[in-house]
Design a protein around this ligand. Structure first.
Ligand code: UD1
Length: 359
């Protein structure tokens, strides 16, 4: 059987890497790594391949940026062509970006079965493009690999057949556990001391597209910057909006960091403030307090058992959560079940035992 393993945007590469390595470890060769090109800058995609020891993708579809419709359509057209040319028996997609949904729909319409890694996450927020991508992908996938039991329950509630659902754990955490010791040992940027700085990331349209909202968030985090430095690697979507905003001198703006450098920064930090999905999970495993600048999360397990606190983007709520974390120190959570470094192994076992099925 030939597997297509699809990655398109920055948060996909760490989820795909351990699956690819697991196939390789079993000397299973008929796996093609397909990069849709949704993200294309070196520091948003290429550096990640290097960090994880992944080879250059077998195919790069060069989709690039655009409106949602433009980007999704470009991925679909190029992916359809790739499927015709290379005839995969299975298409494996990960996460919830536009490429995930685009490739799932394209494959399914060609009669190729689809496996979705990180299925069943739900924020309930239909203003998030990712929520639409998740719902569409899960509605048509043939195998749905979940990271936690809440996600499996969501799928059951939506009527997904039990035999399609596999609770396997979290491949992003497989990657984290593989790299964390090395990352933690890296020298910190000059002037930073372990456990005496914070990390900030922002890229959600709801937080960064309007200058007034972005400047409100940056104003609120000054309560942290007054006490300790904040490292702020800036996503390209956010960068263009920052120029017009006054930023506290203790907030250190930098380009997006490579995976290992960023993991080192987070692992050694006192506190993370973010609107990312994946970082909520990474901080839970690392035991680092995470203030999530969103009013909902598709990863509620990180609040239930982990270190995550949801504040939304209202400045007063951000300030009060930050004050509490700085005063109390670490909020230590528990690591969710099966976030143990073996998710990819479980996934590949299921995939290799599966047969192409009529769609
Ligand atoms: C996408 C995902 C989001 C994910 C995020 C991680 C969707 C709907 N969104 O959002 O779920 O959390 O990636 O980064 O799929 N750009 C560059 N260089 C790049 C990539 C993008 O400069 O390599 C710029 C472009 O101007 C582009 C903008 O960033 O218009 C946004 O990129 P896009 O892929 O549309 O969405 P993200 O905000 O990155």
């Amino acid at each position: 059987m030939r597997f297509f393993l699809v990655a398109g945007a920055r948060p996909n590469f760490m989820k795909v890497a351990p699956i690819f390595s697991e196939f390789r470890a079993r000397t299973y060769r008929d796996v093609m790594l397909v990069h849709t090109g949704q993200h294309y800058d070196r520091n948003m995609s290429g550096d990640f391949l290097t960090d994880f020891g992944l080879p250059e993708p077998d195919l790069n579809l060069g989709a690039g940026a655009g409106t949602h419709a433009q980007q999704t359509a470009r991925v679909m057209v190029a992916f359809e062509e790739a499927c015709h040319q290379h005839r995969p028996d299975w298409v494996v997609v990960v996460g919830d970006v536009n490429s995930t949904m685009a490739c799932a729909i394209t494959a399914k319409k060609l009669g190729i079965p689809v496996a979705h890694v990180e299925a069943g996450l739900r924020s309930g927020d239909m203003t998030m493009p990712e929520e639409i991508n998740r719902l569409c992908t899960d509605a048509i996938a043939d195998l749905l690999f979940t990271t936690d039991k809440l996600a499996s329950d969501n799928l059951r509630r939506e009527g997904v057949a039990e035999k399609k659902i596999h609770f396997v754990g979290n491949t992003m955490i497989d990657t984290l556990l593989r790299h964390v010791d090395h990352a933690r040992a890296l020298a910190l940027p000059e002037g930073l001391e372990r456990n005496r700085y914070a990390v900030l990331t922002l890229h959600r349209p709801a937080n960064v597209d309007q200058e007034s909202v972005l400047s409100g968030i940056l104003g609120a985090v000054e309560i942290v910057a007054d006490q300790i430095p904040i490292v702020f690697p800036v996503h390209p979507r956010t960068a263009s909006k920052l120029a017009a905003i006054r930023v506290h001198p203790n907030i250190r703006i930098s380009a997006p960091a490579s995976y290992i450098r960023f993991l080192g920064l987070v692992a050694n930090s006192r506190l993370v403030l973010t609107d990312s999905g994946g970082i909520q999970e990474e901080t839970t495993v690392l035991g680092v307090p995470c203030i999530t600048l969103r009013s909902n999360t598709e990863r509620p397990i990180t609040c239930e058992v982990g270190t995550n606190i949801l504040t939304g983007n209202a400045p007063e709520r951000i300030r009060s959560a930050a004050r509490a974390v700085l005063a109390d120190g670490m909020r230590r959570g528990r690591v969710p079940e099966k976030w143990d470094g073996h998710a990819a192994k479980r996934i590949v076992e299921v995939l290799l035992g599966a047969h192409p099925i009529p769609c």
